[in-house]
Ligand binder design. Structure first.
Ligand code: NAP
Length: 311
């Protein structure tokens, strides 16, 4: 594949930025990759492992002359980063992000960007529970979706170019309205994460079940919850604070269904439970048929670097 952007600036150097750097290099998509992170420690690690071609101390320096700037920081930090880089952006540059929530990022970032700069929000639906500059790997986006949420009036050529970059990183790319994105992700990722956090918290609170029993007997269900609930606390705090309405909407529905199942259990209504579980099993089959997971049994798998649906 050939170079799509001459200089890509990655702002924030964690799991997603690191994986983008590896994936862009794998396919030769960027002439130069410049990176920066808030802490000197992260910048030093990135330097040491050669994550980027060049590391700068500030975001303002990183974006100088870049034709693509990717904001890879927690959602709650996007606005401040946009304010810092705005005066230093090159004319005609594209600014994008990888945040897990789209409407809030658009509202935070959009107002700071000068005329002549393209703003195309994006969200790769791929991730792991690991974070930091050492956690990235080139295959993270392979055969996963990346959703672009360009606003009305966005230059189609700029969108097509960003699409080509994500496709070069291995992703399937689709465009979506930002509000719809936030609702879909509340169902597929945000609320499930909240449920996992809750379940692990409940097990931790249950003093009758000692810690060692919880760990020793953690069969697939609980083990999967613990993996999801090990995700980065800052990132997930920001997801819930910024995708508030959609998450509350889905949580409301979830609570109603949970109460219905609770009632079925109390009344011994096996038909209700069986019909419900039959319906949910079909959804799993659909995900496998769509190539978004395998039907290999979960037991005994190696958790390292295994992908989980992105946030
Ligand atoms: P990460 O590994 O925790 O890295 C976050 C980076 O952001 C670090 O370089 C960190 O700098 C920097 N940062 C944190 N707080 C900051 C602040 N207040 N101001 C400036 N920089 C700050 O995170 P990640 O998993 O790559 O996530 C990055 C973005 O991708 C988030 O918006 C997240 O919603 C989105 N996303 C994540 C996943 C996932 O599963 N992890 C999937 C899809 C999208 P220091 O290291 O110097 O602290």
């Amino acid at each position: 594949m050939s170079v799509i952007y001459n200089r890509v600036a990655l702002i924030g150097l964690g799991l997603i930025a690191g994986s983008m750097a590896h994936a862009m290099r794998r396919a030769g998509l960027a002439g130069e990759i410049v990176g920066t992170a808030r802490s000197a420690e992260t910048r030093a690690i990135a330097q040491e492992i050669g994550l980027c071609d060049r590391i700068t101390e500030t975001a303002a320096e990183a974006v100088e002359g870049a034709d693509l700037v990717v904001l890879c920081v927690p959602v709650g930090a996007m606005g401040a980063v946009a304010a810092e880089i705005a005066p230093h952006l090159a004319a005609g540059a594209t600014v994008t992000d990888v945040g897990s929530v789209k409407r809030d990022v658009i509202e935070q970032v959009g107002p700071h960007l000068p005329e002549g700069v393209h703003f195309i929000p994006a969200h790769p639906l791929a991730g792991t529970e690991h974070s930091g500059p050492r956690s990235g790997f080139a295959e993270l986006f392979d055969n996963r979706y990346t959703l672009l949420t360009p606003g009305e009036g966005t230059d189609p050529a700029a969108t097509a170019r960003l699409r080509a970059l994500w496709e070069g990183c291995g992703a399937n790319v689709e465009e979506m309205d930002a509000d719809h994105h936030d609702l879909v992700l509340a169902v597929t990722s945000h609320t499930p994460h909240l449920i996992a956090y809750t379940m692990v918290g409940v097990a931790d609170d249950l003093r009758r079940v000692t810690d060692s029993e919880v760990i020793k007997y953690s069969a697939a269900g609980f083990r999967d919850f613990t993996r999801i609930a090990a995700s980065d606390p800052t990132m997930w705090r920001d997801v819930f604070l910024t995708n508030k309405d959609a998450t509350l909407e889905i949580l409301g529905r979830f609570t109603e269904e949970l109460f219905a199942l609770q009632r079925a259990i109390r009344r011994g209504d096996g038909d209700h439970l069986h019909a419900y579980f039959t319906r949910t099993r079909a959804i799993r089959r659909g995900i496998i048929e769509a190539g978004q997971d395998t039907d290999a049994p979960n037991f005994g798998r190696t958790p390292s670097k295994r992908e989980v649906p992105g946030a």
